[in-house]
Design a protein around this ligand. Structure first.
Ligand code: IPE
Ligand code: IPE
Ligand code: MG
Length: 244
């Protein structure tokens, strides 16, 4: 399949990487094996995004609700996160990727916090694809944190509440440096957002795929981008034909 030209690409693709557990179950493997296979799909998707000239790719890796899972599974996911940083950072730097992590930060182990900081500072000057991992991320928490910040500023007299606009609000979110996602993909056949980028996805095209995350690859991404290109986005207005 030919590579997409940048003019057809969405500016920001965000993916809810779901279905690792079911992928493993189908093979009579432990859930952790599904997460491990999911890491290879992350690697391939990141490479494909870079090769296509995608500007922004955001991947939902661990939700603030995923702490509810058994300790062993959470431990395995944290271990994979560490492994990914160790094995892939050099390649990401080489590919000029700028890495960001959005999420709570304070709740993960201190060595992971350090890895997050190091990867962000190591790639801070990179000008290629913005690769963002949502890790210990919850959309409602993010919105509440922004509300608290604005409320504190108003209380201290540093902010007139009347001047709060959607743009000002968005500037207080973790994603302030990124455009809003124009395409949100969820794998594994589930049709929900599970607390992912709630504010930012207000006008995103949503694409639900039956593919389980470990099976997601370059071809799946290309097909998803083709589907996006065929969609008509109206943003509340009328399409061009109706206006003419
Ligand atoms: C997605 O796969 C990975 C994370 C949520 C961390 P799941 O682990 O949710 O896989 P399923 O949904 O059980 O198949
Ligand atoms: C969403 O998947 C979170 C990530 C992909 C990291 P979940 O598997 O946790 O979502 P639910 O529980 O099915 O809504
Ligand atoms: Mg799931």
């Amino acid at each position: 399949m030919p590579e997409k030209t940048p003019s057809h690409l969405p500016k920001h693709v965000a993916i809810i990487m779901d279905g690792n557990g079911r992928w493993a179950k189908k093979r009579y493997l432990p859930r952790e094996a599904g997460h491990y296979a999911g890491m290879s799909a992350v690697r391939e998707t990141v490479r494909a995004g870079c090769d296509m000239g995608l500007e922004n790719l955001t991947l939902f890796a661990f939700s603030s609700e995923n702490w509810k899972r058994p300790k062993t599974e959470v431990g395995a996911l944290m271990g994979l996160f560490r492994a990914y940083f160790r094995s892939d950072m050099d390649e990401l730097v080489e590919r000029n990727v700028r890495m960001r992590i959005i999420g709570h930060r304070g709740r993960v182990a201190s060595d992971i916090q350090q890895m997050i900081q190091d990867s962000e500072s190591r790639t801070a000057k990179n000008t290629g694809m913005n690769l963002t991992f949502a890790f210990d991320y919850g959309g409602k928490e993010e919105i509440v944190a922004a509300v608290q910040e604005l409320a504190r500023a108003a209380k201290d007299g540093r902010l007139d509440p009347e001047t709060i606009t959607p743009e000002l609000f968005a500037s207080r979110l973790f994603t302030s440096a990124l455009p809003e996602p124009d395409l949100v993909i969820r794998t594994s056949g589930e049709h929900r957002l599970s607390n992912f980028l709630l504010w930012q996805s207000a006008y995103a095209e949503l694409l639900f795929l039956d593919t389980l995350w470990p099976d997601f690859d370059r071809a799946t991404l290309t097909a998803a981008l083709e589907q996006f290109a065929a969609r008509e986005r109206r943003f509340g207005a009328l399409d061009s034909e109706a206006v003419a």
